[in-house]
Design a protein around this ligand. Sequence first.
Ligand code: ZN
Ligand code: ZN
Length: 590
Amino acid sequence: MSKIQVMDEILANKIAAGEVVEKTMNVVKELVENSIDASSSEIKIELLDSGIKEVKVIDNGNGMDREDAVLAFSRHATSKLRSLEDLFSIDTLGFRGEALPSIASVSDFTVKTSNGIEGTIIHLSGGKIQDINPTDVRQGTTMTVSHLFYNTPVRLKYLKNLYVELANIIEYVNKMALSYPSIQFTLTNNGKELLHTDGSGSLLKVIHAIYGLEVSKKMMEIDEENEDYHIYGYLGYPEVARSNRSHMTTLVNGRYIRNNELNRIISDSYHTYIPVDKYPILVLNIEVDPLLVDINIHPTKMDIKFSKMDSLKELVTKLISEELKKHTLIPTIKEYHPSNQEFLVKDSIQNIVWPSFPKGENNEKEEKVKLEEVKLDFNEEIVTTTVSDESSLDKGKIKKMYPIGLVHGTYIIAENEDGMFMIDQHAAAERINYEKYFKAMSEKSSNTIGVLFPITIELPNHDYIIVKEHLDLLRDIGFEVEEFGINTLLFRSHPVWLKKGYEEASLRKIIDIIISKETFDYPKFIEKTAITLACKMSIKANDHISLEDMEHLLNTLRECDNPFTCPHGRPTVITYTKYDLEKLFKRAMN
Ligand code: ZN
Ligand code: ZN
C-alpha cells in the first residue's frame, strides 16, 4: 500500500471515529461485543479513569490467529459486516467491523490474542501498526485502548466528565450482564470492582449483583406465552420503582432493545401501582420468531419493530397485572442502604486527576473539563422494604386489620397479629372509590336514578359544542341528558354511584374532562373520570372519622383488586411487622 493510501485510510478512520466513538462507552461496547461474539464465558473490563486513560477488555474466547488479528484493524478488509436482517436471527451481535480501526486511529491500541495454537501481540498507535510479534498467552483476547482521543483534542469536549462516562459504561455493562447471565462479567474502575456476576446462568443472581439484595428480594418471577411470544424474566415490586426508565430491561431473542411502545405498555400495566413519574425495575426476555420483528431504525439505537404488537401487548398486560395481584405489596419501613455499586462508583472516582492532554490543534481552544458531581440514577433514595414474613400474610390480600386510632387526622393506626399498620385514609378511600366508579362505568348498563329537579348546566358556546358532540360519553356512563335551549344541557337522571349531595359537582367535573379534550377514548375517559371523582369524593386529611368508620374503610380496602396503592400510585398502607418492632426496640437482635 502506498504511503498516501495509508494516510487516507487513517484519515477516514479518524472521521469514522467521530461517529463511532464519541463516548468511551462505545469503545467498551465494541470490545465487549467482540468478546461475546468470540464465545467467551468470562469477560473482564478494567477501566482507568472511567476509560479515558485506559480501557482493557480481557476475555477467554476463541481468540484469533495472526492473520485475522491484523485483518481486524483493516478498515476495508473486514469480514464481519453483516446484513441487518441477520441481526436478530443469528447469535452474534454483528454490525460492526469498522469500529476497531476507528478506535485504533484515535488511541494507543494493543491486542494480545491466542486461538490456543499461536499467540500474537500487535501494537498500534494512531491507527498505524507499530509492531507484530508472536507471544505466549492463554487462549482468548486482551484488548487495551489507552490515551483515547490523544491525537484529537477537540473530541475531549464530548467526553463530558468522568461521572457521566462511568455511569454510561456501567449501564451498558449491566445490560450485557442481564442479557448474558451465563457469561461472567467483571467491571472495575481504577481497581475498584463495580460489578461482578458469577456466570452461573441465574438471572436473579445478576439482578442481585446489580441492584443489591433488597431489590433482588422484591422481584417476581414470570414465565408466560401465547401463540406468538414467550416471555420470561423478573418484575420488580412497585415499591422499588425508579425515576428513570432505563431500569426496564427488555430483551428480544437475547438481544437488548429499547422500544417506546413496549415501554409504554409496561408502564400502563403498572398503572396506579406506581406514580406516573416512576418506572419499574424489570427484565423481560421476549422470545419470538425472528420473522415477526423488523429492524426499522438505526441499529445503534437498539430499537426494533414488532409485527404483532397487539399480541405482545395482550401478553405483557396480562402477565404484569396478574402477577401484581398475586403478591402482598405492603411496604415496611427500613433504613436505606446504598447498593454496592453506588458505593463503589463514588469510591473509584475520588482522587482522580484528569490526565493531561496535548494542546489542541486548529487553534481550537482546549476546554477545561471540570469534574462535576452528577447524580447517578442509582444514587436515588429508595424506601427499601421487606415484608419479612410473607408466609404469615395471605398472598395478595391484606389480613384483617383492627383500627386503634388516628394520627394527625390523617393516618389510621391499626394492628393485627403480624404487626402494626398505618393507613393513609384519603389514599385508602380514594382507592375504594376509584375501583367502585371504574367498575360501574365499565358496565355501561349501570343503574341510573332519576332526579326530582332536573339539573341544568349552561356552558360557554365553544365548550358547549365539544360537549354536545360527546353526549354519548355521558349517556354511556349513565346520565340521561338532552339539549335544552341555547348552550344548555338538561339532566333528568344520573348514575346511582354518584355521591349524594355531590351530583352536580361531579357532573361538572366530568364535563370538564370532556372539555379538556384529553381523551374521547371510552376506556381512558372512564379511567380519568374515576380517578378525578375518587379524589374529590373521598375523605380528606384532617377529617376526624370514628373508629367504626375506620373499621369499615379498612374492611372495604381489603376487598379491592389492588388495595396497596391509590390510583395515583401512592401507598395506601405501610407496616412495621412484629419483627421490625422487636428489632427497633432491641427485643430481637440481628
Ligand atoms: Zn387524592
Ligand atoms: Zn391519590
